[in-house]
Design a protein around this ligand. Sequence first.
Ligand SMILES: [Ca+2]
Ligand SMILES: [Ca+2]
Length: 148
Amino acid sequence: MGKLTLLLLFMAFSQGDAAADGCPTGWSAFGLKCVKFFATPLDWMSAEKSCQTFGGNLVSVHSKAENDLLLNMVPGTTRTYIGGHDAVKEGQWMWTDGSVFDYNNWCSGQPDNYANIDHTLEINFGNHCWNDNDKQVQLAYICERPLE
Ligand SMILES: [Ca+2]
Ligand SMILES: [Ca+2]
């Protein structure tokens, strides 16, 4: 790359609309990440791909405090995807961002692998707990991206 190209790249990064908390406008600080709720329903894979366009993934959750923060972003009873799945191996839950699956808030009786097609994770089911769901169902979703 030429010096001018590098300079333009530097300016592009420098002039981003990052807020004081290190997150772009419309995104909220969430530990060492930024998160945003997207109301337009998508199937789970399309939701993950949408998050990837922002350099992120569907959000992962690692504590009750984080789970509560996310639930506060979700309007009312809106069912909402996050990044958990057991699509690789039944019953082996993983996060799309590669972090360890070390916390859960499953609803009573869930995950039930209903009809053997429930392999993706929604966060605001029933009494605001987690459900494994059919990935084709279109739901709202929450993305995460790194701090800037
Ligand atoms: Ca499953
Ligand atoms: Ca289920």
